[in-house]
Design a binder for this molecule. Structure first.
Ligand code: ZN
Length: 148
């Protein structure tokens, strides 16, 4: 098997890097370390401890929703972002960063307004979009900017 036949996927529970055969990406793979499902059909809450595993060391793009509990539009968009996860996995990972709890990450990427979505791949920012969007628009935008 060659490199291109598998993907590094970070576990949503323990952030361990798992090598997954590409053909099995959608097939309910589990983490070799903790046994959690690698894709759960919903965004995962990212922290400073888990962010790099998903943003830089995984092979699939990471779409992050920067949000905060006091932000009305953020709360409105939450169900749409969750629905988008069901459609965008396993081609990409969806995560949420609470900008109040994770101020260092928000500062590192100069998040000026929320909600802001940022697409990362291999540690680089690929695209960003500010403002709440419905699920279909999130999916369409993410697919349009995702690396091929
Ligand atoms: Zn795990």
């Amino acid at each position: 098997m060659t490199q291109t036949d598998s993907r590094i996927i970070a576990c949503p529970a323990c952030a361990t890097a798992n090598r997954v055969p590409a053909a099995k990406l959608g097939g309910g793979g589990t983490c070799g370390r903790c046994g959690a499902a690698l894709f759960q059909g919903e965004p995962i809450a990212l922290t400073a401890a888990s962010f790099d595993a998903h943003a830089a060391r995984a092979d699939i793009p990471l779409l992050v929703d920067f949000w905060a509990g006091w932000c009305g539009p953020c709360r409105q968009m939450a169900p749409a972002f969750a629905a988008a996860a069901g459609q965008l996995e396993p081609a990409m990972r969806l995560g949420k960063i609470d900008t109040e709890a994770e101020q260092a990450i928000a500062a590192r990427y100069r998040i000026q307004s929320i909600p802001t979505m940022v697409l990362f791949h291999r540690g680089r920012e690929i695209a960003r979009q500010s403002g709440a969007m419905p699920a279909a628009a999130i999916v369409q935008w993410a697919r349009s900017v995702a690396p091929r």
